[in-house]
Design a protein around this ligand. Structure first.
Ligand code: NAD
Length: 264
């Protein structure tokens, strides 16, 4: 029998309807956690729930837009009430958002990206604290290599800022919450094969400011030669969620097949 690394745990996954969140929800459930997916697209999260249930696991879906703090508070309180406890929080929901030169980026487009990626993370952590502080727990935040390297791509100023903000927030939260035995870590994926392009909005004038970047032919993704899979990220999140990482907090871990080493 496979070892159940999250047996008896209650886990929240934001953005469980697709990509990295979906793969992680499935992985958590395979290891015995009861999973609550908070997603603004509940139809997709329902499909993840079905997959989990077909494999004998337990999952629930709550419609929630993480950019709206009152939505997040209500959803997390509902989980704690329904499940009676909370142990793991994967703050993962995010978008690439508008990719535009700073000169032409509209403030509301900037706010949309920051609102989902950054304020959504803040709200998810904030409203989980009351339910974690008496028993400890593990919070994992999906940042990106894009927030943590020199070259993040032209047009990515809002996205890269939100992702850098998430890693700074991870460190501050880890320090603040250590007294409650709550661990907080960030995962930083490189390019992963998901549906994130559905929430990527390149502006018409983006091409004008592109800086050509030369890669050796076929070496954009050094380890595999292609983007990573959501499951490869989920395996790292599973480790950080489990007690196997009990002395790991306040850190960011890259899961990018060395992609970040090519572009600083
Ligand atoms: P995805 O689009 O496949 O999945 C994102 C999920 O989040 C969807 O189910 C979507 O409905 C949900 N979501 C989006 N906005 C939301 C909101 N406001 N409230 C609630 N749910 C919301 O994308 P993904 O690639 O799996 O992205 C997950 C995370 O991984 C994001 O934070 C993203 O920035 C990060 N990331 C992705 C990559 C990549 O290459 N795919 C690389 C680095 C980091």
């Amino acid at each position: 029998m496979t070892e159940q690394r999250l047996q008896g745990k209650i886990a929240i996954v934001t953005g469980g309807g697709s990509g990295i969140g979906q793969a992680t929800a499935i992985r958590f459930a395979e290891h015995g956690a009861k999973v609550f997916m908070l997603d603004r697209t509940p139809e997709n999260a329902e499909k993840t729930k079905q997959t989990i249930e077909n494999a004998g696991g337990e999952a629930h879906v709550i419609e929630c837009d993480v950019s709206k703090p009152d939505n997040v508070q209500k959803a997390i309180n509902q989980v704690a009430e329904q499940a009676g406890q909370l142990d793991i929080v994967f703050a993962n929901a995010g978008i690439n958002g508008t990719m535009a030169p700073i000169e032409t980026m509209e403030p509301e487009d900037w706010d949309q990206t920051m609102g989902i990626n950054m304020r959504g993370t803040f709200a998810t952590v904030k409203y989980a604290i009351p339910h974690l502080k008496d028993r400890g727990g593990s919070i994992i935040i999906t940042s990106s290599i894009n927030g943590n390297r020199v070259f993040s791509g032209i047009g990515f100023s809002a996205y890269a800022s939100s992702k850098a903000g998430q890693t700074a927030f991870t460190k501050m939260a880890a320090l603040e919450l250590a007294r409650y035995k709550i661990r907080v870590n960030a995962v930083c994926p490189g390019a992963i094969d998901t549906n994130i392009d559905d929430n990527t909005y390149p502006s018409d004038d983006l091409k004008e400011v592109q800086i050509p970047v030369e890669f050796p032919e076929g070496h954009e993704h050094p380890l595999k030669g292609e983007p990573g899979t959501p499951k490869q990220v989920a395996n790292l999140v599973l480790f950080l969620a489990s007690d196997e990482s009990s002395h790991v907090t306040g850190t960011r871990i890259y899961v990018d097949g060395a992609e970040s080493l090519l572009r600083g």
